[in-house]
Write a protein that binds this ligand. Structure first.
Ligand code: OMP
Length: 232
C-alpha cells in the first residue's frame, strides 16, 4: 500500500545495522525514510536494497552539486536503484538541474527530483559569509523559482519559507522541509525550525525529521506524538 504520510524519517546512523534496527520498528505505510551522506558512505547501496525490501519509499539525500554531466550521471545512478526521491543543490545552477532532469526523462526514470534552496542550518549571517547579499528569504525564493524553471518537482527549504514557495511555485510543487522540531525536542544545529503541525499549515508537503525521533529515549513514542500533532 502506498504511503500517504508526509513524514520522512532521516536515518542518520553510522551503521547499516543501526539504521535497520530503527527501520524494523517503523511501518512503510506510516512514513518514508531518508538515507543521507553518512549512512550511504558507510553502507553503500546495500542500505537501499534492504529498505526497499522492507517496503519503504527511500529519499536518497546526497545533495549533488557538481558539473552538469557528473550530477546527471549521479542522479541516474540513484534513480536506477529505485529510490523514490533524490536531491541536488539548486545553487549548482540551471544547466546542472536541467541536465539531471533530462537524464531522468531520457531513461523514463520516475524518481522525484528536487533541489535544496538554503540549508535549514543557515541564518542570514551564514549566507552573507558565503557572499550572498540579498535576504535569506529572497535567496530561497530565487532558488525555488530557478529550480521550478529547470524541471525540479520541488525544493528543500525550511517550513518558514513554505508559504512563499507555495505562492510562487504552486500547491503541487513539493516543499520538503527539514528543521522540524516538535515542542519536546531540542534545536541541535538547525536554525530555521518549526513544529510539525505548524509546518503543514504553512504549506509543507513533506516533513523531514531525524534526531527528535532517532535520538529520543523512546523513538516510537516520539513518532506517535508527532503523528498525533498532525492529526489535530
Ligand atoms: O536535504 C535535506 O534533507 C536537508 C536539507 C536542509 O536544508 N536541512 C537538513 O537538515 N536536511 C537534512 O534533514 C535532516 C534533519 O535531521 P534532524 O535535524 O536530526 O531532524 C538531516 O538528515 C539533514 O541532512
Amino acid at each position: 500500500m502506498a504511503c500517504t504520510s508526509p513524514l520522512i524519517i532521516a536515518l542518520d546512523y553510522s551503521s547499516l545495522d543501526a539504521a535497520l534496527c530503527m527501520a524494523d520498528q517503523l511501518d512503510p505505510r506510516r512514513c518514508r525514510l531518508k538515507v543521507g551522506k553518512e549512512l550511504f558512505t558507510r553502507s553503500g547501496p546495500d542500505v537501499l536494497q534492504a529498505l526497499h525490501g522492507r517496503g519503504f519509499d527511500v529519499f536518497l539525500d546526497l545533495k549533488f552539486h557538481d558539473i552538469p554531466n557528473t550530477v546527471a550521471s549521479a542522479v541516474q545512478a540513484a534513480a536506477e536503484q529505485g529510490v523514490w526521491m533524490v536531491n541536488v543543490h539548486a545553487s549548482g545552477g540551471r544547466k546542472m538541474m536541467e541536465a539531471a532532469r533530462e537524464r531522468l526523462d531520457q531513461h523514463d526514470l520516475p524518481t522525484h527530483l528536487i533541489a535544496v534552496t538554503v540549508l535549514t542550518s543557515m541564518d542570514a549571517k551564514d549566507l552573507r559569509d558565503v557572499g550572498v547579499t540579498c535576504s535569506l528569504e529572497a535567496q530561497v525564493e530565487a532558488l525555488a523559482k530557478l529550480a521550478q524553471q529547470s524541471g525540479m518537482e520541488g525544493v528543500v527549504c525550511s517550513a518558514w519559507e513554505s508559504p512563499r514557495v507555495r505562492e510562487l511555485c504552486g500547491e503541487d510543487f513539493l516543499k520538503v522541509t527539514p528543521g522540524i522540531r516538535p515542542a519536546f525536542a531540542i534545536k541541535h544545529d538547525q536554525q530555521r525550525i518549526l513544529g510539525p503541525g505548524e509546518a503543514m499549515t504553512a504549506g509543507s508537503t513533506h516533513l523531514v525529521i531525524g534526531r527528535p525521533i532517532t535520538q529520543a529515549q523512546e523513538p516510537m513514542e516520539a513518532l506517535a506524538a508527532i503523528e498525533q500533532e498532525l492529526a489535530c
